[in-house]
Design a protein around this ligand. Structure first.
Ligand code: RB5
Length: 152
């Protein structure tokens, strides 16, 4: 099983990302950190793109993207084919988006959640398996939207 997680952030979330990175590593995962690596102002789509490329290329199985709100990261990630990114600020949603939506990217906001909740979100997300079965048809419908958009 691929136990590699890609993580990324913008300048609003560097401190929290480093805590999340250490936490994910402590759970036995290998982490690819696509940046940012400084507090200098930067643009979240660059880091969402870098992380999604790792997932699309098979180097990472899941991703975690953090910006100020998580919203910009999720918007940018969801522009990528095959990426299902969910911005969550409660553990129920973080768990359910793995279970039902097969979300392959978890996003949250460093200006929205504190460290404790962030690590709980990560646990809820990473410790949950996709159920498949009846949910696969719906995930396939998401892929069909991508196919239709690509053909327009
Ligand atoms: C940066 O100030 C902020 O806009 C960004 O981190 C994010 O919250 C965007 O969605």
């Amino acid at each position: 099983m691929n136990k590699t997680i890609v993580i990324g952030c913008d300048h609003a979330a560097l401190d929290l990302k480093l805590k999340v990175k250490a936490h994910v590593e402590s759970k036995g995962y290998t982490v690819i950190d696509v940046g940012t690596h400084t507090n200098d102002s930067c643009n979240y789509p660059d880091y969402a793109h870098a992380a999604c490329e790792k997932i699309r290329g098979g180097e990472a199985v899941l991703g975690i993207l953090i910006c100020g709100t998580g919203i910009g990261m999720s918007m940018a990630a969801n522009k990528h084919r095959g990426i299902r990114a969910a911005v969550c600020s409660d553990t129920f949603s973080a768990r359910m988006t793995r279970m039902h939506n097969d979300a392959n990217v978890l996003c949250f906001g460093a200006r929205v959640v504190g460290e404790g909740l962030a690590l709980d979100l990560v646990d809820a997300y990473l410790d949950t398996e996709y159920l498949g079965e009846r949910h696969q048809k719906r995930v396939d419908m998401l892929t069909a939207i991508e196919d239709n958009e690509a053909a327009r």
